[in-house]
Design a binder for this molecule. Sequence first.
Ligand SMILES: Cc1cc2nc3c(=O)[nH]c(=O)nc-3n(C[C@H](O)[C@H](O)[C@H](O)COP(=O)(O)O)c2cc1C
Length: 303
Amino acid sequence: MKVQLAGIELANPVIAASGTFGYGIEFEEMVSLERLGGFVTKGISIQPLTGHAAPRILQTAAGMMNAIGLQNVGVDAFIAEKLPALARYPACKIFVNVFGYTVGEYISVIQKLNEAENIAAYELNVSCPNVHAGGMTFGADPGSLEFLVSSARSVTKRPLIAKLSPNVTSIAEMARVAANSGADAISLVNTFLALSIDIETRKPRLTNTTGGLSGPAIKPIAVRMVYETARAVNVPVIGMGGIMTPEDAVEFMLAGATAVQVGTASYADPRATERIAKGMESWCRSHHVERVASLTGAIDISK
Ligand SMILES: Cc1cc2nc3c(=O)[nH]c(=O)nc-3n(C[C@H](O)[C@H](O)[C@H](O)COP(=O)(O)O)c2cc1C
């Protein structure tokens, strides 16, 4: 079940996705962290943030919408209070999701994390609004993306994963920009920009008006984007978006993913990540797949 990802060996390809698994430790009584390939922390910023007022999550017909507003404890408290507790689970690789409102903020967070131990890699959330570009997200503009990834590359001591926004016209172009700017791997997709309105009050259901859609509704689009990305770049791809079952995870690997992330599923079933990791192993056994890594990109498009 092992896979290699940008020089990191994972015990299996299943990683818990950012923002859906807290700082990892909250899940230790429900999930055997050692049974996961790893997990991604909630996005970490230079200053603590309280996020948006409630309501900030919402159930939809086939998934959920969220506008958490990037609530987190800030990098200093993360290093002092959250990271040390995770040293008990050395087999579970820790990926730290990093964001900022300027490139300088991303760099400052990475520089502080560079001094800490027990971190496998950084995942840059490029879906954050860039205050120097009128609030347009870094990941929506090739120039901003290039500057962000190459600046992070120049200071990082660890492998760098660029987590792409799906809210773009050409995901392949953005993936190429990130890889050419020094990303060691690409993860995708983040949430799709969405809006839900209460027709009785005529008000948006989320305080922030819009939110990000995730879960089963986005899966086929995410699989297509992973497929296009894997064909566009030579670095490993981590696929996510609506994975609820082991079979969903296999589908992402066939599309070209080296590893997968599971997000919204943990809201419906807090044990989903471990269940999916175990289920993938059973699936491989029953389908005579000796190495899970052999599934990566094994889609058969012959007619
Ligand atoms: C409540 C919630 C909070 C999230 N917070 C973050 C975050 O802080 N940083 C980030 O890069 N992605 C964040 N995401 C996006 C997920 O990591 C993932 O990319 C997305 O939800 C698609 O996967 P899924 O359908 O399996 O949830 C969040 C998603 C949800 C549902």
